[in-house]
Structures are given as structure tokens and as C-alpha cells.
Design a protein around this ligand. Structure first.
Ligand code: OSB
Ligand code: MG
Length: 356
């Protein structure tokens, strides 16, 4: 699916997405999930072409033919496979989706959510010029979004933040480095403090918690961890060591709704706010992010924004829409509340495999 506008992070510029969907069939009910792995192993070591064979050879065989009474139980069936969390999440979340449909319950209720609307922010990639970035921010603020997050990297950071802040002194603003800095740059990172950011997301190494704890002691700005948190144990280590004050929950990165809920609950009792991250999902993953964001401790606006920011035509109906107040209304319909456009998915499909 071509992106409406390219998306650039500190590691790559992306013009289109290859989307891997998983459908599970169980006693006449279908459930859908999205595997959020990227086109390259840059954000994480998993990528779309490692997910496909892992799903076929290991994860699908672990769940097919098994009797479980709820989707929750599926994580244990796949636990023997190390890592590959996004691939696992595609199956587990498809099972949750199916369970919600089978029980005729809204997915958000099945997950334990309470919110009837969620708050939305946007993640804006690196642009060719600062003026282009300012234009984009202007557009998103006018659309009602409640928090602007910009991608940063060395050479596209302090000067850019300065321009944004001088034009909008009071907006909720954060930045995401996707691991573009090292601890040697602490003096440079300290300059970010002057911009009163809501947070700085993942400044250091993806697989590090220890040095983030050291950095957090040096900064006034709250660190939010994304890449570094792959499990509830990671979250416990990060909170216990003071490596962050906020955590970004991505259900794919954590291996599915069960682990995402564990991180949510742990953060809640530890007084660490969470928000829902995004992986440039199609409507299927997006609908799941919306359901997850209804849990109580999702206290900050997430990277869950309208379909039209990414796609000319999304594969769900209705498309995800954001109100002029920057919120998404939560539906009471069973399942996700969004119908899957299987006809359109068939047209877009370039490769398909059935595993029995
Ligand atoms: O770090 O949050 C990130 C997209 C791809 C990979 C990593 C990240 C992102 C985003 C986009 O920031 C969030 C979205 O709009 O889906
Ligand atoms: Mg991030």
C-alpha cells in the first residue's frame, strides 16, 4: 500500500508499506491480526520476510488444532519460540479479534478497557526542509491533534525544535530519536531540556536500559522508552532503575495483547503513564491499537491517528476518523467496530498461504 506521504525516521525513508495480515479460522469464526514488522530489520531485528517463515514453520503449527478457551492462552503455546514478538502478536491478536466476534463483545471490553473516546497525537517524520515540517505541524494542529511528535536525529534536532517552539510555545510537543544518540552526547541532549518537551523517546540504544537510567538522571525531560521495552520484565527493569518516566506500548513489539496488558498494569501501579505507539498500520492493526488505548492508564495521546494520514483507501470500513477535538470515538459494536474489506484485501494481495 503506497503511503500518502513518505515517512522518515533516523533509520530510513519509506514510501510504501508491505502489510502482512493473519486471519485465523476457528469453529466458523474468523479473526484478523496484523503483523507490524517493517520492510527492513532497522526498527527491530524482526522484519516482514523473517515473520512469514516464522509464522509458517513455528507459530501457526504451535496453535493449530489446539483447544483454548480464550485468546489469552495462546501466548503460552508460542512461548517456546524465542523473540519474533511481532509475528506472535499477529496470531494472538487475531485470536482476540475472533474471540470478541464469537462472544459478540466489543474487543475493547474484552481487553478490559473503560474509555469511550481516546486522545490522538501524530508522529511526523523527518522532512526535506524545516518549513515543510512546520507546514505539516500546522495542518495537524488545525485538524485537532492533541500532541505533536517529531522525529529527530543528529543534525535534525535542536534547531528544528527551536523553530517549532518559537512558533508554538504551548503545544504538547515530544520527539523520537529511534536510538540515534549515544551517552557521549549527553551535553547535546541536555539542550533539549529548554523546549519543555513532554518526553524524548528512545534516545539511546534499542537494547539498552542501563545507560538510559544514567541519562535520565542527567536530563529534566522525561525519557520514554519504545524499542527497549519488549516485555513486562523489561518494563519492570526500566521502571526499577529509573530509565524512563513514560512507556510507549506497541502491542506488536510486546508480542500481543496479553503482554501489552501486563506492561499496562505494571505501569499503572508504578505511576508511569503509557500511550499507544504506532507502526504505520493498516486499518486492521489500527483498530486493535484503538481498542487497546481504552485501557485506563493510556493517559497520554497516542500515535493512533486517522486512516487518511496514511492511506488513500484503507482496508476497513468505516475508516478511522479523528474528531476536530483530536479524539476517536469508541464503538459499542461487537469486535473492533470496523468491518474488514476482504474484497479490497484480495485485490491488494500479492502472496497468500493457508496453513491447516
Ligand atoms: O518509533 O514510534 C516509532 C513508525 C515506524 C517505526 C517506529 C516508529 C514509527 C512511528 C510512526 O513513529 C507512528 C505511526 O504513526 O504509526
Ligand atoms: Mg518510537
Amino acid at each position: 500500500m503506497p503511503l500518502v506521504h513518505f515517512f522518515e525516521t533516523s533509520f530510513s525513508r519509506l514510501y510504501h508499506r508491505r502489510i502482512l495480515l493473519v486471519a485465523v479460522h476457528s469453529e466458523g469464526v474468523d479473526g484478523w491480526g496484523e503483523c507490524v514488522t517493517g520492510e527492513n530489520p532497522y526498527y527491530s531485528s524482526e522484519w516482514i520476510d523473517s515473520s512469514w517463515p516464522t509464522l509458517r514453520e513455528h507459530l501457526a503449527p504451535a496453535v493449530i488444532g489446539q483447544n483454548i478457551s480464550s485468546a489469552r492462552e495462546s501466548a503460552a503455546l508460542m512461548a517456546r519460540v524465542r523473540g519474533h514478538r511481532m509475528a506472535k502478536a499477529a496470531i494472538e491478536n487475531a485470536l482476540w479479534d475472533g474471540e470478541a466476534r464469537q462472544k459478540q463483545l466489543p474487543l475493547w471490553k474484552l481487553l478490559g478497557g473503560t474509555r469511550r473516546e481516546i486522545q490522538c497525537g501524530v508522529s511526523i517524520g523527518i522532512q526535506d526542509t524545516v518549513d515543510q515540517l512546520l507546514d505539516k505541524i500546522q495542518t495537524e494542529l488545525a485538524a485537532g491533534y492533541r500532541r505533536i511528535k517529531v522525529k529527530v536525529k543528529p543534525g535534525w534536532d535542536v534547531k528544528v525544535l527551536e523553530k517549532i517552539r518559537s512558533r508554538w510555545p504551548d503545544i504538547l510537543l515530544s520527539c523520537d530519536a529511534n536510538s540515534a544518540y549515544t551517552l557521549d552526547e549527553v551535553e547535546h541532549l541536555r539542550k533539549f531540556d529548554q523546549f519543555h518537551l513532554l518526553m524524548i523517546e528512545q534516545p539511546l540504544w534499542n537494547d539498552d536500559i542501563f545507560y538510559h537510567a544514567r541519562l535520565q538522571r542527567e536530563l529534566n525531560t522525561a525519557i520514554c522508552l519504545d524499542e527497549s521495552i519488549e516485555s513486562a520484565r523489561d518494563a519492570a527493569a526500566a521502571i526499577g532503575s529509573g530509565a524512563c518516566r513514560i512507556i510507549n506500548i506497541k502491542v506488536g513489539r510486546l508480542g500481543g495483547f496479553s503482554e501489552a496488558r501486563k506492561v499496562h498494569d505494571l505501569c499503572q501501579v508504578s505511576n508511569i503513564p503509557v500511550w499507544c505507539g504506532g507502526m504505520l498500520e493498516s486499518g486492521i492493526g489500527r483498530a486493535h491499537n484503538i481498542a487497546l488505548s481504552t485501557l485506563e492508564n493510556f493517559r497520554l495521546p497516542g500515535d493512533v491517528s486517522a486512516s487518511r494520514r496514511y492511506w488513500k483507501e484503507d482496508i476497513i470500513e468505516p475508516e478511522v476518523e479523528v474528531s476536530p477535538q483530536g479524539t476517536i470515538a469508541i464503538s459499542d459494536s461487537p469486535g473492533t467496530g470496523y468491518r474488514i474489506r476482504e474484497d479490497l484485501i484480495k485485490k491488494l494481495t500479492v502472496r497468500e498461504e493457508t496453513i491447516r
